[in-house]
Design a protein around this ligand. Structure first.
Ligand SMILES: Nc1ncnc2c1ncn2[C@@H]1O[C@H](COP(=O)(O)OP(=O)(O)O)[C@@H](O)[C@H]1O
Ligand SMILES: [Mg+2]
Length: 574
């Protein structure tokens, strides 16, 4: 009665509210439409090969060996641009793997929240693919839903707090813990699961395992189903009974998977033979963190970090459910993993530069064919190798620039060469400045700056305005970035050695531009140390020096300083 009355008494207001309702309805419709679209453009995580990948047999074998057998936690070390990502892409693009990929270099990973989002989305997608692509696994769609709903709950909570309702605005350690647990239990179901098919019935009766005989008699794969109400009532253990558990030991399951995988790899999607159709091959999940040393800076809480790493240990070493791979260009990442009691359980793979003969083959087959004929004759392999060694990325970049400059760019003007040269000079000058006034080493440093390897230029001409002392402008320690304070707090509980390490390793973005070896105002090594190491390492046939021996000779702080300053590349071997 009141409503009708208000129409009569206030027609303008009614029209307004009707218009408003219409607008809300339209908005809702648009939102639904947008959501529908969004659902269709799921993030793509198909892991594809690097186009023009040059196979490196030894390294590929090492990675494949680490991934063979039971699921494990592998840390792949190797200097920047050495080809870690390229190799892992190659190996992991094998259809037997499903990769959950996190490239921590990309801006998408700004904080814990974005990491949670991506983890959850990729886990959902993994189970969604299982449900869609594997016969008999349709019910795994529910596993996918559990990730989506967990995410929606977290999103709702953070939205609510942004709107002023409550204070739990951020993704918390408990969210990560719950998500990883969800993944663990879903994977447990997946590995224990055995779809019921005609073939299964056949093999079950053959093995005498007929306790879970099916009620229905369907024989075609399209009718294969995971569980029925009958299954549920028979097992009478609630929701879980919808899954049929495959009661062999997990190791047995894993090894049987291994032997089958080769045979059914290519026939998985469109199975042709009856026996291959009935036992679909299980894809092995691989959680791959690229540039993993950025995790601490991203997560900023030792509790959350510990929780994430511990759950990865549970997934690998304890439950053998999936592989975890961390790739890093920071050789000291292992110190940190060791502090958190993780490294002890990891396999190590170290990637180095290509050998000379590999580089020659790469040059012949992948580089030269792209160089226009008239520019080829001034390229000499030996000269190029002297400058770029076995770093394919550097070869690739130089040749590109060489072609673009129509053959006028000299090797020593190439950006990688100049960078390496400038870096060395800066270190020599910086370390000689803080050399406690030792005239001898200053002289040596000056000599080095003008030595034959730097014919073209020296530090002054490269950085005329900078001057030797100017190097300090770029030191993070004179002007600590704001993130340093955050990190200090975040890692307060981790012990002084570790937080010192984190400070020098993870807090400063300018390090990427001007790496510094100095945690205090003095250099960690002197020009003498640097020259000693350089003269040893440039001797013919001496491409590497043993780390521990060198540490004993000139000191751990000094050697580590050179590694942190990217003067030396440190490789861990098994
Ligand atoms: N095996 C390879 N075949 C072809 N190109 C390669 C190979 N390895 C590395 N590269 C080149 O080097 C670049 C850097 O390699 P990447 O795998 O990203 O190094 P990392 O991950 O170790 O930093 C690639 O973009 C590619 O151009
Ligand atoms: Mg990489």
């Amino acid at each position: 009665m009141g409503e009708i009355l208000s129409v009569i008494t206030n027609p303008a207001e009614t029209v307004r509210s009707l218009t408003e309702s219409k607008r809300l309805l339209e908005e809702a419709r648009r939102e639904i439409e947008e959501n529908r679209e969004r659902a269709q453009i799921r993030p793509k995580h198909t892991f594809s090969r690097l186009p023009g990948f040059f196979p490196r047999k030894a390294e590929m074998t090492a990675i494949e060996r680490a991934l063979a057998g039971e699921p494990s936690f592998t840390v792949v070390f190797g200097a920047s641009s050495v080809g870690k990502t390229a190799l892992l892409r190659e190996v992991l693009s094998n259809p037997k793997y499903h990769v959950l990929h996190f490239d921590l270099r990309i801006a998408g990973f700004a904080d814990l929240g974005s990491l949670y989002q991506s983890l959850s989305q990729q886990m959902e997608q993994y189970f969604e693919e299982i449900a869609k692509q594997m016969e008999g696994y349709e019910d795994f769609e529910k596993e996918a839903w559990s990730f989506k709903h967990d995410r929606l709950n977290v999103e709702k909570r953070t939205m609510d707090s942004q709107n002023g309702n409550g204070s739990n605005g951020k993704v918390k350690t408990s969210d990560i813990a719950r998500l990883m647990e969800l993944f663990q239990s879903s994977l447990l179901k997946y590995w224990e699961f055995k779809p019921e098919t005609s073939q299964d019935d056949h093999s079950k009766s053959r093995h005498g395992a007929n306790t879970r005989r099916k009620n229905s008699q369907e024989t075609t794969s399209s009718q294969t189903r995971v569980g029925t109400p009958n299954d549920a009532s028979r097992n009478n253990v609630g929701k879980k009974s919808r899954w049929n558990f495959f009661r062999s030991g997990r190791f047995k399951r894993w090894s049987s998977h291994k032997t089958k995988s080769a045979a059914t790899e290519n026939t998985r999607e469109v199975p042709e033979k009856e026996e291959e159709r009935t036992i679909p091959d299980k894809k092995i999940p691989v959680i791959f963190f690229d540039e993993a040393h950025k995790l601490p800076a991203l997560i900023q809480s030792s509790d959350t970090m510990k929780c994430l790493l511990d759950s990865m240990l549970v997934l690998t070493k304890q439950d053998r459910l999936c592989h975890v791979i961390h790739a890093t260009s920071d050789p000291f990442y292992q110190t940190w993993l060791r502090q958190l009691n993780v490294m002890q359980h990891c396999k190590i793979v170290t990637i180095g530069d290509c050998s000379k003969s590999e580089t020659r083959t790469y040059y012949r087959d992948h580089i030269l064919p792209n160089v226009p004929g008239h520019l080829r004759q001034s390229l000499v392999f030996e000269r190029l190798y002297e400058a770029f060694g076995g770093k394919l990325a550097h070869w690739h970049d130089y040749i590109n620039d060489y072609i673009n400059s129509n053959g006028t760019l000299d090797i020593k003007q190439s950006s990688h060469f100049l960078q390496a040269h400038a870096l060395l000079n800066l270190h020599i000058i910086h370390s000689s400045q803080s050399d406690n006034g030792s005239q001898d080493s200053k002289d040596k440093a000056r000599q080095a700056a003008g030595s034959p390897t730097s014919r073209h230029t020296n530090a002054e001409s490269l950085h005329p305005a900078l001057g030797p002392a100017g190097f300090k402008i770029y030191s993070p320690l004179n002007r600590p970035p704001s993130s340093l304070a955050v990190l200090n707090d975040g890692f307060a509980g981790l012990g002084s050695e570790l937080s010192r390490y984190l400070k020098t390793h993870y807090s400063d973005s300018s390090r990427a531009v001007f790496p510094t070896s100095a945690p205090s105002n003095s250099a960690e090594f002197t020009a003498m140390h640097l020259l000693k190491v350089m003269s040893r390492i440039t001797q013919p046939g001496n491409i590497s020096l043993p780390y521990f021996l060198l540490c004993r000779e000139i000191g751990v702080r000094e050697v580590d300083g050179m590694v942190k300053g990217k003067v030396l590349d440190l490789r861990w071997t098994d």
